[in-house]
Every structure is written in C-alpha cells, then in structure tokens.
Design a protein around this ligand. Structure first.
Ligand SMILES: C[S@@+](CC[C@H](N)C(=O)[O-])C[C@H]1O[C@@H](n2cnc3c(N)ncnc32)[C@H](O)[C@@H]1O
Length: 255
C-alpha cells in the first residue's frame, strides 16, 4: 500500500489494514499526543474524533460550514473555526500536524491551500493529504453494466449550488503535493470493505450522490432507483460489498 519500493509492508501500512479511513489518516499523522493538530474541512468531525483518541492538546477543526457535532463543539480540546481553507485563522508555525480528508476536490485553488497549510505548520510538521478516488468505487449489484453507467455519470457530475467535485481526486494528490512547498514522505492507499447498506452507512451516502447525478435524466433516475433496491436486497441477503480506494500522501515541512 505504499510506493516506497519496499517489498515487505512497512509497519505504518500494516496498521492501515482493517480500520476506518478516519483512523488511517490519524495514524499517518504520527504521534500527536500533547500536540496541536488541525482537521481541515472537518465536516461533522469524524477525523476530529479519531484525532482526540490520540491525546492531542488541541484540535483546530476548520470547515466553511457549521456541521461539527455538538459534543465536539463543547469539547474543551476542540476549537471550531468556520472559514475557508484558503485563509486559515492560525498563527504561522503554530500547528504540529494537519489532516485533510476528502477536502481538496472542493477547492478552487489547491496550491494556495497547501501553501497556507505549510505556513501554519511548524518546521518538521506533518500534513496528511487524503482523498477517496470515487472512480474506483465498487458495488455488489446484479447489474454490472448499470453500475458502470451510474458510476461514470457520478464521476463526471459536477454538483450544483457552487459545490465542486472531482471523481478522480485521489489519484491527483501527488500532483498537488509535487507543486507544493512540502517534501513528500510517503504515499499510501487502502480500500475499506463496507457490508452495510442502510441509511447510516457509507455506501448509502455514496449511492445518494449517484442518484443525484442522474437528476437530468428521468429514465436513468428510475433505473437507478431499481439499482438501489437491488443493493438493499443484496445487503439483506448478506452478500453486499462497497469499497472505494482512498489515497493518502504524507507531507513534511522542512526543518
Ligand atoms: C466530503 S466532506 C468531508 C468531511 C470530513 N473531512 C470527512 O471526511 O468526514 C467535505 C467538507 O468540505 C467542506 N468544504 C468545502 N469547501 C470548503 C472550503 N473552501 N473551505 C473549508 N471547507 C470546505 C464542506 O463544508 C464539507 O464539510
């Protein structure tokens, strides 16, 4: 799961097997006990939660929306900032480690964002830049051709309402990293298996995005609704599987 050229899996890669992407990205951030860390585009705070498990002194949770879970808003170890990622309200060199999960596809200027992350990190600090590569999504379905058609539609779809999206964001992370002021320390990828397909599941969330992407084609929307029913039935029968490849690049600010 790394491109470092070693044949045997490194300890960091072995630790990435069988746990969630939120735990994976925090593992890659290294030792954060007692540290000041930054969760970039925190959303409801799933990465923030995983970071807190590791005993940081403070987590800055930054997002343009105010969607952080209430218990995290009240946690004295969490400081929420409602702002864009291009202009962080943090002092230069004030952060030990930063984690960005499924954020860069939303940004108009990833270069400006990475320059800003580089500014707020201390020399020697780590940034983990991670993203799912949606074009690699795998669904167990009785209709493989329709799955392919729907996924193609999904990754080509640009969400409305000013939101950006990129179905190929994972594979582009190294390109962003190469253009940034950071040194690339290592590259990782994994695909978590998800067997649930209910309203609280990851697979359901992605399927919802797929349905939305058919919005301008009523005939395809109707077929997609039948496809979702098929996924539901597969989950009930115990043979449903969803995975997507996540890519993570570990970046280091020079000492
Ligand atoms: C797919 S969610 C990822 C949330 C979280 N990192 C996770 O993996 O659960 C993307 C998040 O990016 C936030 N976002 C989009 N554009 C942003 C921007 N320019 N600055 C800060 N946050 C942004 C959205 O509000 C949303 O919470």
């Amino acid at each position: 799961m790394t491109n470092r050229g070693a044949t045997a899996p490194r300890a960091a890669d072995r630790r990435l097997c069988g746990v969630s992407r939120f735990e994976n990205v925090t593992t890659l951030a290294g030792a954060v006990e007692g540290a000041v860390v930054l969760d970039l585009a925190c959303g409801s705070g799933r990465t923030t939660r995983a970071l807190l498990e590791r005993g940081p002194r403070l987590v800055h949770a930054v997002d343009v929306g105010s969607t952080l879970d209430d218990d995290l808003l009240l946690d004295p170890r969490v400081r929420a900032h409602i702002t864009g990622l291009e202009d962080l309200p943090l002092a230069t060199g004030s952060v030990d480690a930063a984690v960005s999960l499924n954020a860069v596809e939303h940004l108009a200027d990833v270069g400006a964002h990475l320059a800003e992350v580089h500014r707020v990190l201390r020399p020697g600090g780590t940034a983990v830049l991670a993203h799912s590569d949606w074009d690699t999504a795998l669904f167990t379905s009785d209709d493989d051709a329709l799955t392919r058609e729907l996924l193609d539609r999904f990754v080509a779809h640009v969400p409305g309402g000013g939101t950006r999206g990129d179905g190929f964001a994972g594979r582009k992370l190294l390109r962003h990293a190469a253009r940034s002021p950071f040194a690339v320390e290592s590259v990782h990828s994994w695909a978590d298996p998800h067997r649930r397909f209910d309203e609280d599941s990851v697979a359901w969330k992605v399927a919802t995005g797929i349905l939305a992407a058919t919005g301008d084609d009523p005939a395809l929307t109707a077929r997609a609704a039948g496809w979702v029913e098929g996924l539901r039935a597969a989950a009930r029968a115990g043979h449903f599987l969803f995975t997507v490849t996540d890519v993570a690049v570990v970046l280091r600010k020079h000492e």
